[in-house]
Design a protein around this ligand. Sequence first.
Ligand SMILES: [Cu+2]
Length: 205
Amino acid sequence: MNRFISKIRLAVIVASMFVIFSITSKVSWSQTPVTDATPPPTTNAKAQITGPGITGNLKLRQDPGGFVWVYLNLQGDPAILTPGLHGFHIHQTGSCQEGQQPPFISAGGHFDPGPYGNTTPVEANHPYHLGDLPNAEIDETGRGKLSAITTRFTLSESPLTVFDSDGSAVIVHALTDQMIAGGTAAQTGGPRLACGVIEPDSSNP
Ligand SMILES: [Cu+2]
């Protein structure tokens, strides 16, 4: 009798192990391999920046984690692009019309999509706009760089993409962005010195 019960116990244990094996093997097979993930259509972007006495270029790269890497190079006449910190932001419209008063007003306010976004006046939501970035630091020769990493906007399709229906631009300002909440236009960078329309970088997809 005891031997019969032992055989039943063994059968139950073996059956249980088979069920557990079946479940775990199904789970492992049902996972999607990472290599099947579709990459975002646009992961690299650029902008040629120009203004009176100033040139520069911007490179943007979105990594698979959604972080956007920002690389800015600027050079200009140090009498115009003065040594020190200059406000630098993404603005809401991909337009850099020359000869406007005030200059480059076609780029609109700071990029700030979303239900609580506010681009005009520029001071509202600042420095919490999605297009707000650190200042660019310019040296005595009128050259400068900025490197930053942000998740405030995307290059890929999303509610926060810079490639929305009217595109986006970057603006180099005459003054330092003091990052003051509710600050005046002068405290957020003041006059616009140079502008660049952001476009997909197809040479570096
Ligand atoms: Cu700006």
